[in-house]
Ligand binder design. Structure first.
Ligand SMILES: O=c1[nH]c(=O)c2nn[nH]c2[nH]1
Length: 295
């Protein structure tokens, strides 16, 4: 037997970094959860119990905090590239670092109609994610994303014309509730090195805003024929809006809200166009995935 693949490191490293502008008194906070898993000539730590090749996960954790102190943590794409590059530059036997940065929401409070200088709120469990693979041989591959953005629309969604056979009980609908938890990613063209990432660093935050706005606008305005068709339109629009990307993916659960027939009670009309009271379903859920490339 032999090690066919291996990576190790520290997961779930929670970091909060404050940025205090002395001139304006305006503070900014960034909270992220970082994972950093290393690859390289490390097989003997698995096969021989030889730890001479092991950069301890505790040291990896320490490095994450030090790197956050000495470098910008925004945009997270640049921070991930800087962090991963540290390991392949410092340790000649480490050949790749797999870095995931999940940034949590601390949205500045509006107090008395004005942005507050140092108060923030967690307006949703939505996160901004970055997954980067920093490789000595292959350069820096970065995917950015949005996760956990829960949305619902109370009309503007249909689903009909699907296969009808001896397995089908689902009725066709021209007007249904549509709800999902957005999990979207956009993959950047591979970067040669950190310098190349730094050169593009002004594009990462606008790209995230674009992707988020496109997702919300398309979700709201599309007369959806299906989850499939609506998510494809979102992908097309993100590729058009962010030319430095080469691939967009969505993974959308279809969180069903079932109509409830109440006619057994004094003939109450509560289905079809009279539907008002619905039964939210925790499970099962549809799950619709796609990956859209250029060309
Ligand atoms: O948008 C939808 N796509 C589907 O594939 C599906 N299947 N059942 N309901 C559905 N809704």
């Amino acid at each position: 037997a032999h090690v066919s693949a291996a990576r190790y490191g520290k997961d779930n490293v929670r970091v909060l970094k404050t940025d205090r502008d002395a001139a304006t008194g305006i503070h900014t906070v960034t909270e992220m959860t970082v994972s950093c898993l290393l690859e390289g000539d490390i097989d003997i730590s698995y096969t021989k119990g030889d730890n001479s090749v092991v950069v301890a996960t505790d040291s990896i954790k320490n490095t994450i905090f030090i790197t956050a102190k000495l470098n910008p943590v925004n945009p997270p794409e640049l921070f991930a590239a800087i962090l991963g590059s540290h390991f392949i530059e410092k340790y000649s036997h480490i050949h790749a670092a797999n870095v995931k940065v999940v940034t949590h929401r601390w949205t500045r409070m509006e107090i008395r109609g004005k942005p507050h200088p140092h108060s923030f709120m967690r307006d949703g469990e939505e996160t901004r994610n970055v997954e980067a693979r920093i490789s000595r041989k292959d350069g820096i591959a970065i995917s950015s994303g949005i996760e956990g953005l829960t949305v619902l629309k109370s009309t503007g969604s249909a689903f009909h014309g699907f296969v009808r056979d001896e397995f089908t009980t689902l009725g066709e609908t021209w007007d249904r509730i549509l709800s999902t938890d957005v999990d979207a990613t956009w993959t950047w063209k591979t970067f040669a090195d950190v310098k190349a990432v730094r050169e593009l660093s002004s594009k990462f935050n606008p790209a995230w805003e674009e992707a988020r706005n496109i997702t919300l606008t398309r979700f709201a305005e599309d007369e959806s024929a299906s989850v499939q068709n609506t998510m494809y339109k979102m992908c097309e629009q993100i590729l058009a809006a962010v030319p430095e990307t080469e691939l967009v993916t969505y993974s959308l659960p279809n969180k069903h809200f079932f109509e409830l027939d109440l006619s057994w009670h004094k003939g109450i009309k509560n289905t079809g166009k009279d539907a008002e009271v619905y039964v939210p379903q925790s499970n099962p859920n549809g799950l619709i995935k796609c990956e859209v490339a250029r060309g």
